[in-house]
Design a protein around this ligand. Structure first.
Ligand SMILES: [Zn+2]
Length: 239
């Protein structure tokens, strides 16, 4: 990443509108829509509050996050986990994605000046290196780091082509652009969020159908939270 990835004031406002809450500690915008709007936020490995933050690449675009939720609801993660057990080449490539995630986080931490974060040393996100627990995390990594880094993130991007592809802008109407920028947390437990966020009211723009998909997804996930140590940017202090 370069200084060209640094978030502008406009970027931060769009991120807040995309997520329905104020964002903090965003260090870079490593993936953008063809129109320039953020797709992924890179967040410092330690928030300014002191909380460790493992979900370095956080998928923010509502059209992409909804599409990935549909893929999860269809049971794609179970199938991927079966293949990780059976296919040693895939398992090795996935471990490589884990290592790449940690290296990218270290670089972002250097840029942010956060210093060491021993609480999440060796811990990436999304279930890596051996399991798939959150496709949003894998897609966030694939969009941020490019094709060929995370094979399952790449697969998931191909899998949502019916709803979202890189070559088109899907921003029109995807979030509220007219009202005030969110200055407090109005989001429900996000797909990449904390278990403690579960039970928050659904955001007004969220389609009921998507909420049902998320509920179905959570039901198939053996009771464990998506990102146990994770927390969405800007969420701490409001839980
Ligand atoms: Zn766009």
């Amino acid at each position: 990443m370069t200084t060209a990835d640094e978030p502008s004031a406009d970027d931060l406002e769009v991120l807040s509108r995309q997520l329905g809450r104020p964002v903090r500690d965003v260090v870079a915008i490593p993936a953008r829509c063809v129109c320039g709007n953020p797709l992924v936020a890179a967040t410092a490995p330690r928030l300014s509050s002191g909380t460790p933050f493992p979900t370095t690449f956080y998928l923010t675009h509502p059209v992409v996050t909804s599409a990935v939720s549909r893929l999860e609801a269809a049971g794609v993660m179970n199938e991927m986990n079966d293949r990780l057990t059976a296919d040693q080449d895939l398992a090795a490539a996935y471990r490589g994605a884990h290592e790449a995630y940690l290296a990218a986080r270290a670089e972002i931490g250097r840029r942010a000046g956060t210093g060491p974060v021993p609480e999440i040393d060796g811990v990436s996100a999304g279930g890596m290196p051996t399991r798939v627990k959150c496709l949003h995390v894998l897609v966030g990594q694939s969009l941020a780091m490019g094709e060929g880094v995370n094979p399952l993130g790449d697969e998931a991007i191909a899998g949502i082509a019916e709803w979202w592809t890189r070559d088109r802008c899907y921003c029109e109407g995807a979030w509220d652009t007219a009202g005030p920028t969110p200055d407090k947390d109005l989001s429900r437990h996000g797909p990449q969020g904390l278990p403690s966020m579960t039970g928050r009211p659904a955001p007004v723009r969220r389609a009921a159908q998507d909420a049902a998909h998320d509920a179905a997804k959570e039901a198939v996930q053996d009771g464990t939270a998506h990102e146990r140590a994770g927390e969405a940017p800007g969420q701490e202090g409001t839980a």
